[in-house]
Design a protein around this ligand. Structure first.
Ligand SMILES: *Cc1c(COP(=O)(O)O)cnc(C)c1O
Length: 389
């Protein structure tokens, strides 16, 4: 099938919620992608931080295919080895007590919201269900996650009413202090706001928010759907901040390209859920979990140092490009503010064989964690041509 045929079918039969770039990716190796019409691209998007080790990673494929050859799905009525092993590995690496598996970031956050409300209800009774999130945050597209999202552009009248109980604070300790009241059960943060421009929260402010939460027994939820799983040069971005969240959610890169969400519960709320409190048909799917095990096993100190080094190298060279106003982010999650419209720049990069993402008015880079030095240099060359022109 030619590209034009695919495009026609897609436009005719798929709901029009996306404005796609005009290429159909079909294969590749690591950070090198190929389209059906034979073009090749360097991938600085990883399918939005999903393909952690790029495409066609041998170890990941072996793990996934081996599981396909055993059983593809069992349901949560029964035990499966990949989910149990993945949960153990996540707990051992983070210090979490329990994990709930779902299929996406939004679902991981829904679970966190339910758990926080139940924790508070069990301990303090009714009317302590409020959740404070930050302005410019993004927590997903389902109704609760959308209500949690702190951007008015994401709350058009056509989808109203949104859920009650969410307040959107200025992204400072003072902002959160003003938003918190006797009815607050949790504060939910993205430490690096990905969708709204790779905005890195200040370490001091975050630590002050943590102290405020601890003092009032308000749960601290950290949304690591995008920042998690090695992306920022640590397993989870909260480690950069020296904080101890009560709940951490993750998804995107966790299973290296398969749909999987995880909500991790630390000491305070390890036993908040009982049988029947929450569930998911596909959650903890053995193929997704087998893939995730093969990724998580390799997220070690050595890899984190590599991610940090590559991130620094990119930052240094990006900041020297003409028309670049600022470079933000950590590790291999970077935002580039320029004097030009981001979507146009992304299209020009694509025309020259480089896939990049945008986040509001910025370019956003999320290459596979295993991107090669030579690929970074080619990407820098293309970015330089496109941005400085
Ligand atoms: C992508 C993202 C989500 C939503 O994840 P989905 O898998 O699309 O539901 C939630 N929070 C953050 C921080 C994200 O980046």
């Amino acid at each position: 099938m030619y590209f034009e045929e695919i495009e026609e079918k897609d436009s005719k039969f798929i709901a029009r919620t996306y404005s796609r770039f005009r290429t159909d990716l079909c294969g590749g190796e690591g950070a090198l992608l190929r389209s059906e019409d034979g073009r090749s691209y360097i991938d600085f998007g990883s399918g939005i931080a999903v393909n952690s080790f790029g495409v066609n990673d041998a170890e990941w494929k072996d793990a996934v295919i081996a599981q396909v050859n055993r059983i593809q799905h069992a349901s949560n009525l029964y035990y499966t080895r990949p989910a149990a092993e993945l949960a153990e590995m996540l707990c051992q690496k983070t210090g979490a007590e329990k994990v709930f598996f779902s299929n996406s970031g939004a679902e991981a956050n829904e679970c966190a919201i339910k758990a926080a409300r139940k924790y508070s209800y069990d301990k303090y009774g009714e009317n302590r269900f409020g959740i404070v999130t930050l302005k410019n945050s993004f927590h997903g597209r389902t109704m609760a996650a959308l209500s949690a999202t702190g951007q008015s552009v994401m709350h058009p009248a056509c989808f109203a009413p949104y859920l009650q109980g969410f307040t959107h604070a200025d992204p400072t300790a003072e902002g959160v202090r003003r938003a918190v009241d006797a009815g607050t059960c949790a504060v939910m943060l993205e430490l690096i706001q990905g969708e709204s421009g790779v905005n890195v929260l200040d370490r001091g402010e975050v630590r002050a928010i943590e102290a405020l939460c601890k003092a009032k027994d308000i749960l601290l939820i950290v949304d690591e759907v995008q920042t998690g799983n090695g992306r920022t040069g640590k397993l989870y971005a909260y480690e950069h901040y020296g904080i101890e969240p009560d709940i951490v959610t993750t998804a995107k890169g966790l299973a290296g390209g398969l749909p999987l969400g995880a909500t991790m519960f630390f000491a305070k709320c390890g036993s908040v859920f009982c049988a029947g409190d929450h569930g998911s048909t596909f959650g903890g799917n053995p193929i997704a979990c087998a893939g995730a095990c093969s990724i998580l096993r390799r997220l070690d100190k050595e890899l984190f140092l590599e991610v940090q080094g590559k991130g620094e190298y990119l930052r240094t060279h990006l900041s020297r490009i003409r028309n670049v106003l600022s470079v933000t982010g950590m590790g291999l999650m970077l935002g580039i503010e320029t004097t030009k419209p981001a979507r146009e720049l992304a299209q020009k990069c694509l025309d020259k064989g480089l896939i990049v993402l945008t986040a509001k008015n910025k370019l956003r880079l999320l290459p596979p964690l295993t991107v090669k030095k030579s690929e970074i240099d080619t990407a820098l060359q293309i970015l330089n041509e496109v941005i400085s022109e």
